[in-house]
Design a protein around this ligand. Sequence first.
Ligand SMILES: *[C@@H]1O[C@H](CO)[C@@H](O)[C@H](O)[C@H]1NC(C)=O
Ligand SMILES: *[C@@H]1O[C@H](CO)[C@@H](O)[C@H](O)[C@H]1NC(C)=O
Ligand SMILES: *[C@@H]1O[C@H](CO)[C@@H](O)[C@H](O)[C@H]1NC(C)=O
Ligand SMILES: *[C@@H]1O[C@H](CO)[C@@H](O)[C@H](O)[C@H]1NC(C)=O
Length: 446
Amino acid sequence: MKRFSRLLALASVIVVASAQTVPIFGQCGGQEYSGPTTCAAGSICVVQNPFFSQCVAGTSVGSPTSVSSVTGSATSTVAASPTATPTGFIKTSGTHFTLNGKTFSVVGANSYWVGLMEYDTTDMNQAFADIAATGATVVRTWGFHEVTTTTDFGAYYQIWNGAVPTINTGANGLENFDTVVALAKANGLRLIVTLTNNWSDYGGMDVYVDQLLGQGQPHDWFFSNTTVIAAYKNYVKAFVTRYLNEPGILAWELANEPRCLGSTSASSGLCTVSTISTWAAEMSAFIKSIDSNHLVAIGDEGFINDPGNPIFVYNGASPSLGIDFAANLNISTLDFGTFHLYPDSWGEPANPFGQQWITDHATFMKQSNKPAILEEFGIDANMSGVYASWYSTVLSTDLTGDLIWQAGSDLSNGPTANDGFAVYPGTAIYTLDTQHAAALKARDGT
Ligand SMILES: *[C@@H]1O[C@H](CO)[C@@H](O)[C@H](O)[C@H]1NC(C)=O
Ligand SMILES: *[C@@H]1O[C@H](CO)[C@@H](O)[C@H](O)[C@H]1NC(C)=O
Ligand SMILES: *[C@@H]1O[C@H](CO)[C@@H](O)[C@H](O)[C@H]1NC(C)=O
Ligand SMILES: *[C@@H]1O[C@H](CO)[C@@H](O)[C@H](O)[C@H]1NC(C)=O
């Protein structure tokens, strides 16, 4: 990905339909912006951050979040609540998510990359618009990027100088995430935000361990070493506090795919199911203590603890995994369960394994009386047939919802990152996702 100046990119966004009127989702203000500032009929200009004001649908009031608004040359403060923009916080009731007491369907996609590729606001907006056009309600994305040097990095959220981390609140730091949130909302989407990674992509847990405890120390000390826990809490607190009153965020996730074993393969040999459960209980209680508005989940793969089961992912107590889905659902400060589904990397056939995996998690969902979502899934071959069968199982088991891995878009620099699973507009899987979102909402009556 070519580097470019974010400020120049923002300043050069041209989204004007006529000389005088800015269309919906177009830019209508911001530092270094000199284009038209009048929004098309039915939309208003809302300040998303100092660099970007955007025309969003509606004129109504009632949002819990007041934002400064620029309309024409006059600046005023309005309560932003356009029809497309999420207001109100998502809660849970039994196995459902709710909004204002009514069921809220969770269906959508992962886009870990949307805020991390130095996309300008036009591209970022397009990425969200492509997801929203499937009928999606939710996007899961990365709220972390740990770096030890700024060379060749775009947005990053925490930089380490030896054992001293500094949270980046600047334009290529949390201000960038402000834009991610604003553009998700402008497209009517809510975010599930993951706060670190088991894997070394974008830094993650091993950066904390390496910087604080020494290079190559055990991955699982992330979960148990008090120095590391304090540093992670410090990051989480800064991130979460910034968005306390932000209804565009559906939930915080403690980590992407936490396991006893990480990318470095270094292990203390002491990590068990209870290591990660204890950590998840402490961290989720910590978030709840500073943020009573948002839901909290782990972000794990949902391994089931069935000792002796010949299938690896049903042996959550194995020393490399350390996850017991049912036990973690019992933690009172975790609001819903998460699980992933990758039969190819797990050495299993797509089916009947995949359908059974969904069915088993739906059973735990009902036992715990909390929502559970299939929040990542992918298959290498026969995608249409396999995804159709999994969607059918999601619907028939009443599983709360699902998010496909992963969204794809064709942007100004070409197609977005593709790990083999990306779904681009105009493809058969994109159409399937659109049909599924409609079916899931119909099932829920939403
Ligand atoms: C955390 O790691 C540091 C550095 O290895 C060590 O001195 C400290 O005792 C550890 N603390 C815990 C609680 O494991
Ligand atoms: C977690 O990280 C370890 C170390 O990078 C890696 O071996 C493992 O594959 C990762 N797990 C997943 C699910 O990516
Ligand atoms: C979860 O809690 C329920 C109710 O207290 C209990 O019956 C069940 O054994 C617990 N499950 C696990 C795996 O700890
Ligand atoms: C594709 O997957 C579906 C669902 O598992 C299955 O019924 C179908 O036979 C598969 N098709 C091929 C060609 O493997």
